[in-house]
Design a protein around this ligand. Structure first.
Ligand code: AP5
Length: 224
């Protein structure tokens, strides 16, 4: 494969960020997660953060034009020349159109859209027990993936906290928004022939090995 331009899709809590951490290690590609970018902007109090803060806290979507700018400027950096991993973008039909057009103008295209699916009760269990570190947003779960030392990130030693939007009523709204605005993209990528589905209810290791096997097959097919 000349370049690997990968997007991670799926409902909140399906395990996109968890798998992204592993794929970044596997492929050494830049990783752009719109949720992480927004949370960093909110905690730094930037203009973007001030606009996005109340929207994210309510579980709604930040306006398309803001998110498109955030991603386009990253895709155009030299570090993304050989590929990228997008997590949480695109999330609406409009964002998908902007991304496709922008890549097309640059003679590029998406290689694969990885869809990780999980049942709603599992999603609620995962999001309720999720903790992230304040420094780099590394992801843990109090039961399924606990840190070695309670409340402390294994990787950078910073404090673990619960996300503001992981409250039960906000989780329900995020799930509804996903179904209304993001699920229609599944059909789009299916039609483009780049969608690959994964059962996110398996263990993180199993999901990871399935994704790796799929990407290896794609790489082989690209060489044939
Ligand atoms: P974002 O941060 O993208 O949230 P999300 O899509 O709701 O996804 P999550 O981060 O909640 O879940 P995940 O699938 O990454 O799961 P994780 O790996 O952490 O977006 C937040 C907000 O920002 C949005 O609501 C919106 O307001 C705004 N926004 C972002 N992008 C936008 C855009 N493009 N346009 C407009 N607005 C935008 O796993 C969850 C938990 O489960 C963890 O605790 C983990 O340890 C555990 N876990 C993971 N995998 C497994 C497994 N296989 N088995 C057991 N436990 C597991």
């Amino acid at each position: 494969m000349a370049e690997l331009n990968l997007i991670l899709m799926g409902p909140p809590g399906a395990g996109k960020g968890t798998q992204a951490e592993r794929l970044v290690d596997d492929f050494d590609l830049p990783y752009y997660a719109t949720g992480d970018i927004l949370r960093a902007a909110i905690s730094e109090g930037t203009e973007l953060g001030k606009r996005a803060g109340p929207i994210v806290a309510a579980g709604e979507l930040v306006p398309d034009e803001l998110m498109c700018d955030v991603i386009m400027e990253r895709i155009d950096t030299p570090e993304a020349e050989d590929g990228f991993i997008l997590d949480g973008f695109p999330r609406t039909v409009r964002q998908a159109e902007v991304l496709d057009d922008a890549l097309d103008r640059r003679g590029r295209s998406l290689t694969v859209a990885i869809l990780i699916e999980a049942p709603t009760d599992e999603i609620i269990r995962r999001l309720s027990g999720r903790r992230i570190c304040v420094e780099n947003q590394h992801v843990y779960h109090v039961e399924f993936d606990p840190p070695k030392v309670d409340g402390i990130c294994d990787q950078d030693g910073s404090r673990l906290v619960q996300r503001d939007d992981d409250k039960p009523e906000t989780i329900r709204r995020r799930l509804a928004v996903y179904r209304e605005q993001t699920e229609p993209l599944i059909e789009r990528y299916e039609e483009q022939g780049i969608l690959r589905r994964f059962d996110g209810s398996r263990s993180p290791e199993e999901v990871h090995s399935h994704i790796r096997a799929t990407l290896a097959t794609l790489a082989l097919e690209a060489e044939i």
